[in-house]
Structures are given as C-alpha cells and as structure tokens.
Design a protein around this ligand. Structure first.
Ligand code: FAD
Length: 318
C-alpha cells in the first residue's frame, strides 16, 4: 500500500487536532507516515501511532526554531525522498501553505490548498475544495508529480486506530537558504483559555449587531458555556470591538466547525466565505430578511441581547 506523508503540527510535542484529522484522511489513501520536526518531535510518536501512523519520522535541530520555514521544507523534502509517498498532506495554516508551496516547487509537483476532503481516485488522489465564497464545490487532481495538499481543520473526524508508529530519526541536510530569515523574537499571544478559532469544534461570532466592544461579553459568555472560540465579522473588527485575529471571512480566518453561531451578522458574501462550510449553522438576527437566514440550519429572528443570554443560561444549567 502506498505511503502518505503527513506533516505534523505540534507545539513542543503536543500534537494539534488537525494533524489527527489528517491521519484519518491519509488512511483513506494509503499508510500514513508522519513527519514531526522541532522541539518535542519525538514526544509526538505515541499519539500519532494511536491514530494510525505506521511510521513517525522525527528531526530536531535549532534551525527549526531559529529560522523561518525553509529548514522545515528541507526536512520534509528529506522525508519525501526517503519515502516516495503517494501524497503529502498538511493542515491549512499560513506556515503550512508556505511549506507546501515550496515543497511542491522543489519536487516539480502541483499543490491544492484548503481542501475539505481527500479521497483515492482511479487516477490518483482527488481533493475536494469549497470555492468562490463556498458557492461551488470542486474536485481536483494533480496531474503532474506527487500531490501536495493542505486540508482545512475540522474537515475529517479524529479516529483513534492503532498504527505501528515506528519512530525513525530523519537525517536532514539544510540548504543554503535555510538560514536566510532569522526569527528575532516570539511573543506568545495572551491566552483567553478558549480554543484556537480555526480548530474549534464550535464558534460563536458577533457582528455589527453586537453594537460595542463591551457587549461582546454576551458573545463570550455563550462561547464559554459551550467551550467555543469567539469569532467576529469585519464590521465588528473594523469598529475596534474585537481583535482582527478573531475575524472570520474572506480577509479573516476560514473556519469549518461542527457548529457556527452567528449573532447580529447579516451574512455578507465575504463573511460567508469564511464560515459557509461549517457543519451546522445557527443565526440570531432581528431582521427576518437578513441574508444569513438563507444559509442557516436553525435561525432565530430576535434581538440577540434577549436571545443569547437566555441560551447561555439554559446551556449553563445542563
Ligand atoms: P452588518 O452587515 O451591518 O449586519 C449587522 C446585522 O446585525 C444586521 O443583519 C442586523 O439586522 C443585525 N442586528 C443588529 N442589531 C441586532 C440585535 N440587537 N440583535 C440581532 N441582530 C441584530 N466581512 C467579514 O465579516 N469578514 C471578512 O473577512 C470580510 N472581508 C471583506 C473583504 C472585502 C474586500 C470587502 C469589500 C468586504 C469584506 N467584509 C468582510 C465586509 C462585508 O462585506 C460586510 O460588510 C460585513 O461582513 C458586515 O458585517 P456584519 O454582518 O457584522 O454587519
């Protein structure tokens, strides 16, 4: 059976959920071989094996932390050369997309970004994307070389299944460009205690209807009752009510949670572009004609300041 390289997203050995989702997808195509780089790489092996990785290739060197992206591309290419995989899968993030693009150039292949599904086809791996603000679903196949595909978080379930998980150290020779861009400092973002927006299973968002930074407490309270991340429309972000890091949409983040709750958001196409692939969509809006209602699974026509606190209270009693 063909092997499939899975690039591991982890923080000091703690594997992020989107990587486990990639392992689910990789198993549909072949045998997952995980590539974990940097501090704590070896610590990822057990979790990866518990989710079906047949092999875990690890490498750690100061270059992975001290320089941007290229050392990781060098390492992924070394893994590619060692394995000759049927496909390379990465979880969609700004960094992973750059790694994927650089790798694809090096190996003379094509790249598909932000796939929402991946399957084995008669003529090779087929990736599904949701395009043009999610107005169309496309299926594409790389026709030249080994497909390099980035997959949006929350596109597949996490399925524990035992894999051999044999750990091998990967020998990496860094290229001349590896030390081209040095990282000068890292500032950890202040933790809100909420899940990362793009990885969260539930996202609760607020828009212009929230009508003020202080009123976002209502949105946050609902989010916290559900263990959800908080999102915001561009109108709310531009007004300075919520940070840009939480903006959902074309010029913000793209999310695909199990549940998306839009509060006081009209449903402009640029907002839809970032959330339309959510599995279940709920909206609270006082205007029954708001376009968001064309898209929802459940809609509540009402004032969010009346509806959302009741919802939060109800959830908190359960
Ligand atoms: P509005 O459209 O003003 O809607 C507010 C809604 O709140 C209304 O439907 C209203 O009925 C409802 N409301 C008001 N008060 C209440 C209340 N008390 N209770 C319940 N409902 C209430 N937008 C994004 O979101 N993300 C993007 O990434 C993004 N990128 C863009 C990129 C470009 C190039 C452009 C041109 C635009 C972009 N936009 C983006 C902006 C987008 O076009 C909309 O302007 C924006 O999404 C509107 O935000 P909103 O729905 O919060 O506000």
């Amino acid at each position: 059976m063909a092997e499939v390289l899975v690039y591991v997203d982890h923080l000091d050995g703690a594997v992020r959920k989107p990587t486990l989702e990639l392992l689910t997808l990789a198993r549909r195509i072949g045998e997952p071989v995980a590539v974990a780089l940097g501090n704590g790489a070896a610590d990822t092996a057990d979790v990866l094996a518990e989710h079906g990785a047949v092999k875990v290739l690890t490498a750690d060197a100061p270059e992975f932390a001290d320089y941007l992206v290229v050392p990781k591309v060098d390492a992924l290419q070394a893994a590619f050369d060692a394995v000759s995989p049927a496909a390379v899968l990465l979880s969609s993030s700004a960094e992973a997309k750059e790694i994927a693009a650089r790798l694809a150039v090096r190996i003379g292949s094509g790249i598909i970004t932000d796939a929402v599904d991946v399957e084995a086809g008669a003529e090779g791996v087929v990736a599904t994307q949701s395009v043009f603000a999610a107005s169309f679903t496309t299926k594409s196949r790389i026709t030249h070389g080994t497909p390099v595909i980035t997959v949006k978080p929350n596109s597949a379930p996490v399925e524990p299944v035992a894999g051999a998980g044999a750990v091998e150290e990967l020998a990496v020779t860094f290229s001349a460009q590896a030390t081209g861009t040095k990282v000068l400092s890292r500032t950890p973002r202040e933790s809100t205690g909420r899940p990362e927006l793009t990885e969260a299973a539930i996202v609760v968002s607020g828009g212009r209807g929230v009508n003020g930074a202080e009123n976002f407490a209502v949105i946050e309270a609902l989010a916290d009752s559900l263990g959800a991340a908080v999102g915001a429309s561009r109108a709310a972000v531009d007004a300075g009510w919520y940070p840009h890091t939480n903006q959902v949409g074309q010029t913000g983040k793209s999310v695909s949670p199990q549940l998306y709750i839009a509060n006081g958001i009209s449903g402009a196409i640029q907002h839809r572009a970032g959330m339309q692939t959510s599995k279940t969509i709920v909206a609270v809006n006082k205007d029954a004609e708001a376009p968001i209602f064309d898209l929802v699974d459940y809609g509540v026509v009402g004032d969010l300041f009346a509806v959302v606190p009741q919802l939060t209270e109800e959830i908190n009693t359960r």
